[in-house]
Write a protein that binds this ligand. Structure first.
Ligand code: CAO
Length: 424
C-alpha cells in the first residue's frame, strides 16, 4: 500500500507550480484527478513541443500518475460535475490567477457547503497585500522573493537561476501544507484552506540572505569576496557570485579542459577542519602555520589569493579526478555536472531519481522521478494521461454516472472528446 492510498485529489492545477505538488501527491499514492478544459487542456501540453503530435515534455514531466477528465466548468452541466467531484474528493488543489475560482462560482464558502471536510489548497504569486491580484510566473517570483537581487556577480545584472524555486519550490511547500492539513483533519474532521504564495516560498529558500541583511548592520560581510577585494558594502545584501552562502568559504574553480568544456569546473569548499589537508593537496604546507593563512579569520581578507592558488592545482586535473582526491581527504567539493552527465548517471537511474517512462504517443523519455524516498511507500512512475483519457472512467466509477446521464452530459458539450492515441 502507498502512503496516501485512499486520498482523492481534485487537481485543478496548470502550468508548473500546482502540477508539481499534485504529482508528488500522486507519487505518494493519492488518486489525482486532473480537471482540464475540453479541447486544449493544460496549456503546457502544447508548449515547447519537440514532437508535433505528442504532449510536450513540459507537460508529461509534471503530470505523471494522474488521471485526466475534461470538463468545461463554466457551463451549468460542467458545474454540476465539479460539485459532484468536490463532494467525492478530499483535497482541491488550484493555482489559477487570483479570483478565478470565485468567478467560476466556487468560493471557499460554497466549497465548504458542498464538503466541509475538503481541504482547499492554492498557490498564488503573492500573499495578501498590494500585489495579491497579480498573475505570476517563475521568474517574477524569483525577482520578488529575493533570489534575483542576491544571484549573480556584484558588478553584473541580477540573475535568475535555472532551479525552478518559484514554481516547483512553491509546489513543494504547498504539498507539505496539504499533508499537514490531512493529518490535522484526522483529529478535527474539518477541512481548511492551505495557501502558499510564490514570493513567500522563494523568500523562505533565500533566508540566508535575510540573515546577511541583518548582519550587514553590524559590519561588512567578511566571507563575501568583495570584502577582501576592498569594495564597500551598500545598505542591501549584494550579489556574491559563487561565494558560499555559509560560514565555509567556497568558489567554483577551473579544472583541466575548462577552455573547451563549459562544465569543467568544481565547487571547492575550504572547510576549516580540513585546512591542513587542503594545504598538503595543493602543495602549500607552509600555509598550515603561516599566520596569514592558518586560521579562517586570517584567510577571509585573502580569499582571492587562497582560491587562485587552489585553482592552480585543480586546473591540472579533470573534475572527477579532483573530486576523488578531495573526497579521500574529506574535503567537501562538487563537480559541475551537466544535464547530459546527469541524464547518463547510472546511480541516479538506480535510485529512481531519473526514470525512463514509456508513452504511447512519444515513445520513451527521461524524467525526474520522486526525489523523496519512503521505505514503505516506494514510487512507481507511470506516464501522464492523454487529454480526457479518463473522463468516462471517472464519471462512471467515481461519480456513478449511468449510460443515460453520460449521454446527456455528452450532449451538453460540458465534456469534450477524449484524446485518441495516434494508433487508434
Ligand atoms: N473550464 C472552464 N474554464 C476554465 C477551466 C475549465 N476546466 N480551467 C480554467 N478555466 C478558466 C479560469 O476560470 C479562468 O477564467 P477567468 O479568467 O474568466 O476567471 C481562465 O481559465 C484562465 O485562468 P488563469 O487566469 O489562471 O490562466 P492564465 O493562463 O491567464 O494565467 C498564470 C496563468 C499562471 C499566470 C495564473 O494562473 C497565475 O497567476 N496563477 C497563480 C500563480 C502561479 O501558480 N503561477 C505559476 C505558474 S507556473 O510558471
Amino acid at each position: 500500500m502507498k502512503a496516501l492510498e485512499g486520498v482523492r485529489i481534485l487537481d485543478f492545477t496548470h502550468v508548473q507550480s500546482g502540477p508539481t505538488c499534485t504529482q508528488l501527491l500522486a507519487w505518494f499514492g493519492a488518486d489525482v484527478i486532473k480537471v482540464e478544459r475540453p479541447g486544449t487542456g493544460d496549456i503546457t501540453r502544447g508548449q515547447l513541443r519537440d514532437l508535433a503530435e505528442a504532449d510536450s515534455l513540459y507537460f508529461t514531466m509534471l503530470n505523471h500518475n494522474k488521471r485526466s477528465i475534461t470538463l468545461n466548468t463554466k457551463t451549468e452541466q460542467g458545474k454540476k460535475v465539479l460539485e459532484a467531484l468536490i463532494k467525492s474528493c478530499d483535497v482541491l488543489v488550484e493555482n489559477f490567477a487570483p479570483g478565478a475560482l470565485d468567478r467560476m462560482g466556487f468560493t471557499w464558502e460554497r466549497i465548504q457547503e458542498l464538503n466541509p471536510a475538503m481541504i482547499v489548497a492554492s498557490i498564488k504569486g503573492f500573499g495578501p497585500g498590494p500585489y495579491q491580484d497579480c498573475k505570476v510566473y517563475e521568474n517574477v517570483a524569483q525577482c520578488t522573493g529575493g533570489a534575483a537581487s542576491t544571484t549573480g556577480f556584484r558588478d553584473g545584472l541580477p540573475l535568475v537561476t535555472g532551479a525552478q524555486i518559484g514554481d516547483s519550490g512553491t509546489g513543494l511547500h504547498l504539498c507539505l501544507g496539504i499533508v499537514t492539513a490531512l493529518y490535522q483533519r484526522t483529529k478535527t474532521g474539518r477541512g481548511q484552506k492551505v495557501t502558499a504564495a510564490m514570493q513567500d516560498g522563494v523568500l523562505n529558500l533565500c533566508r540566508v540572505k535575510l540573515r546577511d541583511q541583518q548582519r550587514l548592520a553590524h559590519g561588512p560581510l567578511k566571507e563575501y569576496s568583495q570584502y577582501g577585494e576592498g569594495f564597500e558594502f551598500g545598505d542591501a545584501v549584494p550579489r556574491a557570485g559563487n561565494d558560499s552562502g555559509g560560514g565555509q568559504p567556497g568558489r567554483i574553480l577551473k579544472c583541466k579542459g575548462w577552455e573547451n568544456d563549459p562544465n569543467a569546473y568544481i565547487y571547492f569548499i575550504t572547510q576549516a577542519p580540513v585546512w591542513e589537508a587542503i594545504c598538503d593537496v595543493i602543495g602549500e604546507p607552509g600555509w598550515k602555520t603561516d599566520p596569514d593563512y592558518a586560521t579562517p579569520n586570517a584567510r577571509l581578507p585573502r580569499l582571492n589569493a587562497v582560491f587562485e592558488r587552489i585553482e592552480r592545482w585543480t586546473e591540472t586535473h579533470d573534475k572527477f579526478e579532483v573530486m576523488k582526491v578531495l573526497n579521500e581527504r574529506d574535503i567537501p567539493c562538487g563537480p559541475i555536472l551537466s544535464m547530459k552527465e546527469l541524464a547518463e548517471d547510472a546511480s541516479l537511474r538506480a535510485t529512481g531519481t531519473i526514470v525512463e517512462v514509456e508513452h504511447p504517443v512519444r515513445g520513451s523519455y527521461l524524467s525526474v522521478g520522486n526525489p523523496i524516498k519512503l521505505s514503505d511507500s516506494p514510487t512507481e512512475v507511470t506516464r501522464s494521461p492523454l487529454l480526457g483519457e479518463h473522463t468516462e472512467e471517472i464519471l462512471r466509477d467515481v461519480l456513478k454516472f449511468d449510460d443515460t446521464a453520460l449521454e446527456e452530459l455528452r450532449g451538453s458539450g460540458a465534456i469534450g472528446e477524449p484524446a485518441k492515441l495516434a494508433a487508434e
